[in-house]
Design a protein around this ligand. Structure first.
Ligand code: 4AD
Ligand code: MG
Length: 436
């Protein structure tokens, strides 16, 4: 049997195949027929191609099959590539052979359906041009994160997903029955990463992360992917630099590889290009309150966390992401240390994305003070016994260290300009949704 060589649609759309006979395969994206001619748009993972199927150019049985086939039917076709300015992408295939592999049933997704319906049909909606484009960008983002850290000598280090401790506050823990005991799903990789830096010094990871976020927002998932790093000998200043470089690196990779997808999503490529080459301003929480007061007439009491509305108003004054440091110590997690120069605040930072996408990164220098951490954990009702292993890291050759976590879906949402974070992950889990 001779082996067919298959041509991907994007190759046909380069023009290199014009005048040649090619075999291609994929799914019917849309189709209409009038009499003896069928105009079918075929989709594969690389693009869309118009195929013109004329009775007489192929066996009648094949013509009849093509006429019967509904959208999302899978097929193999053969034909001659012709340039045609009117066709999407500028080329069309004049078909001489059609082999329908699977005659699809009427596809449940048609135009103008509600977001909830589309989420129920997520397993099918993944084929849409929109989700396909997002998934490709997500793949670039994830690859870029690995390349960024590996390129700078970081080791990839894995932590358990089942963890007995909280790190970011008990209220968002997901409890899991663990034989006859209980444990939790990882809220972060951080505590275990802090153990590993004494062996590997510079490490990173990207893993599923779980938060029982009870409120419905366009920014919160119950299961998301966090890309985290932790490094020995690094202070707050140095770690914020790494965060800035990481985001710029990722943006540049997306701009290099995914212009087509950004266009499908209607993103402003020029704007993203500018951001990828700009310095990100660093301000303190206190500066942020000043900007809100002076420019937005908003009086936020010092000590209150910045809410979505405040972040949005603040970001009206910036075109790039902004790094905000020195949040009030009181509202910060137990491991964020006091800033000796401004003891009401912590040596911590968030990176806030422009255009209302909010916090994409959270990080800090790490406290080395067992007494202070003990007090803060006790104040939030934690059992200190569970943290003794973590405190050991301060007892045996402790060094200054810092780290941060980047929300992969938050970043993808911002880069893709999505209305809701749910579209940044293939099968979203939120307070109201855990299937399909
Ligand atoms: O700011 P967070 O809570 O920081 C930590 O967990 C640290 N332990 C990380 C570290 O220092 N290693 O979370 C980090 C980032 C946030 O900035 C946000 O982008 C994302 O994770 N994130 C969420 N993304 C989607 N849905 C949620 N429910 C999220 N919660 C946090
Ligand atoms: Mg945070």
């Amino acid at each position: 049997m001779s082996k067919t060589s298959w041509t991907k649609i994007d190759e046909i759309l380069t023009g290199k195949k014009t005048g040649k006979t090619v075999n291609t395969r994929g799914w019917i994206y849309r189709t209409r027929s009038s009499g003896n001619i069928i105009f079918t748009v075929i989709r594969d993972s690389s693009g869309l191609l118009q195929a013109t199927i004329k009775k007489g150019n192929l066996p009648n049985k094949e013509f009849d099959d093509a006429k019967k086939a509904l959208i999302e039917s899978s097929l193999e076709i053969k034909g001659v590539v012709k340039e045609d300015k009117r066709a999407p992408g500028g080329y069309e295939l004049q078909v001489t052979t059609v082999n329908i592999l699977n005659f699809a049933e009427p596809f449940p997704i048609v135009k103008d359906q509600s977001p909830e319906f589309l989420l129920d049909q997520r397993h099918l909606w993944l084929r849409s041009q929109k989700l396909g484009s997002i998934l490709k960008i997500r793949s670039t983002v994830v690859g870029a994160i690995h390349n960024f850290f590996r390129g700078q000598g970081y080791y990839e280090f894995d932590a358990p997903i089942l963890q007995p401790n909280q790190c970011e506050g008990g209220s968002t823990l997901f409890e899991v029955r663990y034989y006859d005991k209980k444990t939790y799903l990882a809220q972060t990789w951080q505590l275990y990463a802090e153990a590993a830096i004494f062996s590997l010094e510079k490490i990173y990871n990207m893993a599923p992360t779980f938060r029982a976020e009870k409120s419905k927002t366009s920014r919160h998932l119950s299961e998301f992917w966090m890309a985290e790093m932790e490094a020995a000998w690094m202070d707050l200043n140095e770690v914020t630099k790494v965060a800035e470089e990481e985001v710029q690196f990722i943006l540049k990779e997306v701009l290099k590889r995914n212009k087509k997808e950004l266009e499908v999503l209607g993103q402003d490529i020029k704007k993203l290009e500018k951001i990828s080459k700009s310095k990100f301003p660093t301000i303190t929480y206190t500066d942020a309150l000043k900007i809100l007061e002076e420019k937005e007439n908003m009086n936020i009491k010092w000590g209150k966390d910045l809410r979505t509305i405040e972040e949005e108003k603040l970001m009206k004054h910036f075109e790039t992401p902004v790094i905000i440091t020195n949040y009030p110590l009181k509202i910060m997690a137990f491991y964020k240390p006091k800033d000796p120069k401004d003891p009401k605040t912590a040596l911590c930072f968030d990176m806030i994305a422009p255009d209302g996408y909010g916090e994409i990164i959270g990080g800090s220098q790490r406290s080395l003070n067992v007494e202070e951490m003990t007090e803060r954990l006790k104040a939030s009702g934690e059992n200190i016994d569970n943290y003794q292993w973590y405190f050991d890291l301060r007892r045996y050759g402790s060094v200054p260290h810092s780290g941060y976590g980047l929300g992969v879906e938050r970043l993808v949402s911002w880069i893709c300009g999505l209305d809701n974070i749910k579209d940044a992950i293939p099968f979203p889990r939120t307070v109201l949704r855990y299937r399909p």
